[in-house]
Ligand binder design. Structure first.
Ligand SMILES: *Cc1c(COP(=O)(O)O)cnc(C)c1O
Length: 372
């Protein structure tokens, strides 16, 4: 079975370096924050092109802590996409604010800026664009709307490490960015982890306070925060992987381009467009399968030994916890949830695996059409 994602080839290549850095951490006997985390935070900040990086426990915590650090409070509304991983909406609720889900643009699967504008109320405090599947959201439009309406923009960069919109890295455009180092993300650790990026000194200080029980100085707890620190060992591992991330993203882009060449002409299939001005880093390669054929197509591919997945089968506004909390009609979101299908995508995929996926998908497609 060809998996959707396999981290092992990357690990094999870096094994000696990883072993040495991990051993170095074990030798110090210090495992929480410390110099490894500080070095990594600085390296991430310069990679993204911001002044501050604040390492935390997960991408979810990066969103929660960033929301509080930028000043989102109970009663505030935060406009975001319903077509995302649950954590995007969850973080908004966890800080006591209210998510306002608006529809997406079918071509990019990201927030539709016109609908963001239409959803603004006097309670709106912030917008969370999600750079879904590694494709930067329309940041030019979103930043313009935010500035005109005095709103804060927190970028959900969990899937977009190394992606850029018109030359600017995701995570450097809004007041803050929230990244995840979950193992399958474009920069993945060997466990949970995340980071907040920002140019704002006060937001950075508040995030540092919140991640460590509301204290910057030991036992001087100034507010109620979290135990959400990045482990030294994860920072060391991620710091070894960081210099390889852009080459890995290039490999992802190459795989996506090969898939597009192979599947672009299949009738009833819409392949993801590859933007020219923005750098899409293909966290996922996600097709649309029209005419209600998605699940049949997925089964046919899987029966032939290639994994597929549906990201995401249930938009957030259709989950029971969010029932009746939708804003307007989310027609595109609901339709895409029935059409999307993700194929294997990871930098360590061999040419042989890539060719096998392509042959299998085409064979499954012709089988489906001849059976119909
Ligand atoms: C993975 C993900 C998160 C959460 O990150 P974790 O590290 O798993 O907590 C948030 N938003 C999106 C869009 C994600 O894909």
């Amino acid at each position: 079975m060809i998996p959707l994602y396999d981290p092992r080839p990357e690990i094999v290549e870096l094994r000696a370096q990883l072993d040495a850095r991990i051993a170095g951490v074990l030798d110090t006997g210090a495992f929480i924050l410390g110099p490894e985390v500080e070095t990594f935070e600085q390296n991430i900040a310069s990679f993204i092109g911001v002044d501050h990086g604040i390492g935390v426990n997960s991408g979810t915590d990066a969103l929660i802590i960033a929301l509080r650090a930028i000043g989102v409070q109970p009663g505030d509304e935060v406009i975001t996409s319903s077509f995302t991983f649950f954590a995007t909406g969850e973080a908004i609720d966890v800080v006591g604010a209210t998510p306002v889900f608006v529809d997406i643009d079918a071509a990019t699967m990201n927030l539709n800026p016109d609908l963001v504008r239409a959803a603004i109320t006097p309670q709106t405090k912030a917008i969370i664009p999600v750079h879904l599947f590694g494709r930067p959201a329309d940041m030019t439009a979103i930043m313009t709307i935010a500035e005109a309406n005095n709103l804060l923009v927190l970028e959900d960069c969990a899937q977009s490490f190394g992606g850029a919109a018109e030359g600017r890295q995701t995570g450097s455009m809004g007041i803050a960015g929230a990244f995840s180092f979950f193992p399958s993300k474009n920069l993945g650790g060997f466990g949970d982890g995340g980071i907040i990026t920002t140019n704002d000194e006060e937001v950075a200080t508040e995030a540092r306070r919140l991640r460590n029980h509301g204290s910057l100085i030991r036992y001087q707890n100034e507010t109620f925060g979290y135990n959400s620190r990045l482990d030294s060992i994860q920072a060391a591992i991620l710091d070894v992987k960081l210099p390889t991330v852009q080459a890995n993203n290039e490999r992802r882009r190459h795989i996506a381009a090969s898939y597009n060449d192979a599947f672009g002409d299949l009738p009833g299939v819409i392949v993801p467009s590859i933007p020219e001005r923005d750098r899409h880093v293909f966290h996922q390669y996600t097709l649309r399968v029209l005419d209600g054929e998605r699940d049949n197509f997925a089964s046919a591919i899987q029966e032939r030994g290639v994994s597929t997945a549906v990201y995401y089968p249930t938009p957030l506004h259709q989950l029971p916890v969010y029932a009746n909390r939708m804003h307007g009609q989310l027609t595109v979101t609901e339709q895409l949830a029935t059409e999307v299908l993700s194929l294997p995508m990871f930098p360590g995929m061999t040419t042989h695996q890539l060719e096998t996926v392509i042959e299998t998908v085409i064979e499954s497609f012709s089988h489906l059409k001849s059976a119909a």
